[in-house]
Design a protein around this ligand. Structure first.
Ligand code: C2O
Ligand code: CU
Ligand code: CU
Length: 455
């Protein structure tokens, strides 16, 4: 439904039996009966309202990842949608979470005052995000705008969102996920085994194991999303096209880059998005081009494949990648009014930020809206750190400067061992409580999350 100012969607969250592995039945938790959930599209500057109805047996929370969203629609942990008769999830120590739980359904209102970008929505229930997303609660939400539509990029069926996620399965087809949750958090060994996050041995792309997609000898835009709980990828084309540099990145988490960047491979940590253009005309007719993960081995090295049309006569190409894509105002770290430092570390069976387990309602920062800030993250291990509310710019990684996946507007960046990474961020428009956290979903569930309150 749509009216003069708003586009409306309604999504029923429910269990559904899907055939993910050939001939087997997997009971998934779904947005509207499919995995991934339906792709929502928004127009920049036009409000989108999504009504989520919860018919699952557990509380849910919906978060639009990358959305510039006011507090009450951002999926704050206390803002659960309870199933009929259900009770809110308790914070650690058995306290009620601050927030506004509702019964049955909630309307999420997204002003969409943001540029074109590849966003995604997923469950965000405190302590259970890993399990809920693993069971299927994830979908794309694409934002379009005039700036991007004026560019001659591949579009229509040559603009393909690809949700990459690893899973494992029981012999009967059920999702296999170790029970890590708050109630088991105190059992030694249960946590320890999954301290680094849960990995699967089957790679799904848009819910299909290792799919093969036919392509013409033309340019395609692939919107790569790493929706895995904990797996890192270095995505590459195998074989590379003659001359290499087969993946031309045009966008990152927050939309178009200033200029395209040609990559041999792309490092994608959980929750990161990379929009790339691949020109299959660079391949001989009939080539099978595999998208591989150079960090995987055996079957987890394979992601998907593209079968290039065997017809010798290429169709007429109507897309190009302009040398100039957009303009990105530089956030100057020297002008930051505040510098904050966050230490990400393991302690016992928790992953902590500044020595604390996540505690809703106890913010670690109170940024002023409109003020430029520098956030420094210090860690001894890999953590893909994600900020809600606004996109940021990576300023540096210690002495190493920017990495190849750090360009453009980001909302998630992979912190690497012994690196003090800095991002410049300006929170805008919406006062209230938001979270930032590690997007290794098991780390998030094991408390590596914190509030910040904008004012
Ligand atoms: Cu994609 Cu707070 O998460
Ligand atoms: Cu988010
Ligand atoms: Cu982490």
């Amino acid at each position: 439904r749509t009216d003069a100012t708003t586009d409306y969607y309604e999504i029923v969250q429910r269990a559904a039996d899907l055939e993910i592995l050939p001939g087997a039945r997997t009971t998934a938790w779904t947005y509207g009966g499919t995995f991934p959930g339906p792709t929502i599209t928004s127009r920049s500057g036009r409000r989108t309202v999504v009504r989520h109805r919860n018919e699952l047996p557990r509380p849910v929370v919906v978060h639009l990842h990358g959305g510039h969203t006011p507090h009450d629609s951002d999926g704050y942990p206390g803002d659960e949608i309870l199933p009929p008769g259900g009770r809110p999830t308790m914070a650690m120590g058995g306290h009620a979470m601050p927030g506004n739980p509702v019964m049955g359904h909630r309307d999420y209102t997204f002003p969409m005052d943001q540029r074109a970008a590849t966003l995604w929505y997923h469950d965000h229930r405190m302590g259970f995000t890993g399990a809920s997303v693993w069971r299927g609660l994830a979908g794309f939400h694409l934002v379009h705008d005039d700036e991007e539509e004026r560019l001659p990029l591949p579009r229509g069926d040559r603009d393909i969102p690809l949700m990459i996620a690893d899973r494992s399965f029981e012999a009967d087809g059920a999702f296999r996920y170790p029970s890590i949750d708050r109630t088991l958090a105190t059992v030694p060994g249960v946590h320890a085994a999954h301290m680094n996050g849960v990995l699967g041995d089957v790679i799904l792309v848009n819910g299909v194991p290792w799919p093969v997609h036919p392509v013409q000898r033309l340019r395609y835009r692939l919107r790569l999303l790493n929706a895995s709980n904990a797996r890192n990828y270095r995505l590459a084309l195998d074989p590379p096209p003659p001359g290499g540099q087969g993946m031309v990145q045009i966008g990152s988490d927050g939309g178009l880059l200033e200029r395209p960047i040609a990559h041999e491979g792309i490092d994608a940590a959980p929750a990161e998005r990379f929009d790339v253009v691949v020109d299959f005309a660079r391949y001989r007719p009939g080539t099978r081009v595999r998208l591989v993960n150079l960090l995987g081995s055996g079957r987890t090295r394979e992601v998907m494949a593209f079968d290039v049309s065997s017809s010798a006569k290429a169709p007429r190409e109507d897309a190009t990648v302009p040398a100039r894509l957009s303009r990105i105002p530089r956030l100057d770290p020297a002008k930051a009014a505040v510098t904050r430092t966050f230490l990400l570390q393991k302690r016992g069976s928790s992953w902590q930020i500044n020595g604390r387990d996540y505690e809703p309602g106890r913010p670690l920062a109170r940024p002023k809206l409109g003020q430029l800030e520098l956030w420094r993250f210090v860690t001894d291990l890999h953590h893909p750190i994600h900020l809600h509310l606004d996109h940021f710019q990576v300023v540096g990684r210690g002495t190493r400067g920017l990495g190849p996946s750090d360009h453009g507007w980001k909302d998630t960046m992979d912190l690497r061992p012994a690196e003090a990474a800095e991002v410049a961020v300006r929170f805008t428009d919406y006062p209230g409580s938001f979270v930032f956290h590690c997007h290794n979903l098991e780390h998030e569930d094991m408390a590596m999350m914190a509030d910040f309150t904008t004012e």
